[in-house]
Structure formats: C-alpha cells, structure tokens
Design a binder for this molecule. Structure first.
Ligand code: PMP
Length: 313
C-alpha cells in the first residue's frame, strides 16, 4: 500500500500531497506536529489507535503557541485520523504524523498575517531504537532548548534541530541516543523520548520545568507504574551524576515505546542489563497499546479489519 495523506481537506495518496518551495514552515520551522501509533493486533485482527485525543490536544496547544488557526476540534481530528487509517488499508503497525503549519508562500520571519494549513500522513515506522540489548547513550554537548527560546512543550518543528544535532552527534560518536541536559545542567530528555530513572525502587523523571516535551508515553508509564505495580513516580530535577548511579534507566516515547538504557557515558546502568522494573513496565505497556487492558478503554480507538478499505491481506 502506498502511504496515504489527509491534505488540504481531502484524502489522497501521499505522492499527490505536495507543497511549494516557498512555504513559510519550510524556511522558518513555523509548524508543530505529533506522532501517534496505530497498533495492529494480529490476534484480534484490529487496530488500536493509542491516546489519539491526547496527541491532538497537544498539537492544539502547539497551535496556540504558534498562532496557527486549526479549523478542527480534537474530536474532529480523531475522526479524520481513524478515517485515514481505514482508507490506508494497512494490516500492520502504523505511525500517524499530523502537522499544522504556516502555509503562506512568502518570505519574512514572523507568526502573524500568514495562512495556516494542516495535514495527516499515515505510514509504517521501522523499529526506532535498536533496543534488543538496550540503548547505549551519551550525555550531549548540546543543551536542551529552554522554554524562553522555543517552548519545548509545543512539539514545534523548528525545535527539532536541537534534537537532530544531539542525535547525530551521539550516533557519529558510536552511541544509540543522546541525553540532553538543560542550560543549567539538569537532565532533560532524549532527542525524541522522555527519560526515567529507577532509584531505590521509585521512578524519578524530570519535571516539565526542565524543558521536556510532556510525553503521552511518560504519562502512560506514570499511570501504569502506580496502578499496576504500586510504584510512585517523583517528578523532580535530576543531576547528571544521578544517571551514573541509578539502578535502572529507560526512555519512553510513542516511537521508542519503553526503551531500556543499559549504558550512559561508558558506564553501565545498574547491572548493565535490562532491569526488573523496566522489563515489567515494558510487558504492561505492550499489552496496553494493543488495547488489551480494559481498565484503560479511554485510551483506545479500535478499528476492526472489516472496517478497513483496500484490504491487502
Ligand atoms: N520528547 C521529545 C523531544 C519527543 O520528540 C517525544 C516524542 N513525541 C517525546 C519526548 C515522547 O513523547 P510521547 O510519549 O508523547 O511520544
């Protein structure tokens, strides 16, 4: 199946969805986006789209920061997304990328007096971090962008230059992923993931004031840890050296899922193997994103095989 898009108020093959080279967002990063998973359950033969409304509420917040006028409610955006997945004909895990942007084809940096547009594309996504044996990280020489520079809670396109600089530096020096610190040296997050530490049987994760994106997987982890494992999460600033002393450490993110971190700056995390709490959370998370835990029905949008168009299996 070719990837499919909702673009300029219509559903179409991705190959037909084109923008002009003067588009404002391309020049100035004046856009915000999100990433949503559609998880294919091959036993139940259905998709579970995970926490779609939460992702759209976040994109709508980004639009407020960027003065982008989206003519859709979050409910309408959820409907459009389900319809796009239905029309795309996939029977495998999909990744859904909505993006709201300044669409005027004009030169001049600003947010005001510009047209806005919006698209959603659905495609597949190869495994995001090679997590078989766990992720090897470095702390980055790049500092996380501060709320007073470009607000990180907005998932704003331009901010991802910060992530890309850190990710490529990490990969080119032989690591899998970077951990960015804030300008004052506290742990913030990975290039595209939030970070958790396990310290003395409790989860610890940086707060929103340390310039993280408020991750939906982060929120899922906090709730699963509390409800299913009876573990509290402490949201507080984390020193860099705490990374070296934590018992366990992992990333959370829609693309990355729960990814165990086994090494940071050439030091093993805990035993250097995937920790018990991390692996318990991975198991719970894998069930929940397939829609199999009925306690969390609010998080799920199901799409049965019989509803999918252009069946290709
Ligand atoms: N931080 C950054 C910088 C990200 O890009 C992402 C991915 N969206 C996350 C954290 C994790 O957020 P979520 O769990 O909502 O995908």
């Amino acid at each position: 199946m070719p990837p499919y898009a909702f673009f300029q108020k219509q559903f179409m093959p991705l190959s037909e969805a084109k923008i002009g080279i003067l588009t404002h967002a391309l020049h100035y990063g004046t856009a915000c986006f999100d990433g949503i998973r559609g998880n294919w359950d091959s036993e139940q033969e259905r998709f579970c789209l995970f926490r779609v409304k939460d992702h759209y509420n976040r994109i709508l917040n980004g639009c407020r920061i960027l003065k982008i006028n989206l003519p859709y409610s979050s409910d309408k955006l959820c409907q459009l997304t389900t319809e796009l997945v239905r029309r795309s004909g996939y029977h495998e895990d999909v990744y859904i990328r909505p993006l709201a942007y300044k669409s005027s084809e004009t030169i001049g940096v600003r947010l005001h007096d510009l047209e806005d547009d919006f698209f959603i594309v659905v495609t597949t996504l190869p495994p995001y971090l090679g997590i078989g044996e766990g992720v090897r990280c470095c702390t980055s020489s790049w500092r996380r962008v501060d709320d007073t520079m470009i607000p990180p809670r907005g998932k704003i396109c331009g901010i991802y230059v910060n992530s890309a600089l850190a990710k490529t530096e990490a990969c080119e020096t032989g690591f899998d992923e970077a951990i960015l610190l804030t300008h004052d040296g506290h742990v913030s997050e990975g290039s595209g993931e939030n970070i958790f530490l396990v310290i003395n049987g409790k989860l610890v994760t940086p707060p929103s004031s340390d310039n993280i994106l408020m991750g939906i997987t982060r929120d899922t982890v906090i709730k699963l840890a509390k409800n299913e494992l009876g573990l509290d999460t402490i949201e507080r600033s984390v020193d860099k050296s705490e990374l070296y002393l934590a018992d366990e450490c992992f990333f959370s993110g829609t693309a990355a899922h729960i990814a165990p971190i086994v090494e940071i700056d050439h030091r093993p995390v805990g035993t250097g193997k995937i920790g018990k709490i991390t692996s318990a959370l991975q198991k719970l998370f894998a069930e929940v994103i397939l829609g199999r835990n009925t306690k969390y029905l609010d998080w799920y949008t199901f799409l049965a095989k019989s509803q999918i168009l252009n069946s290709n299996s």
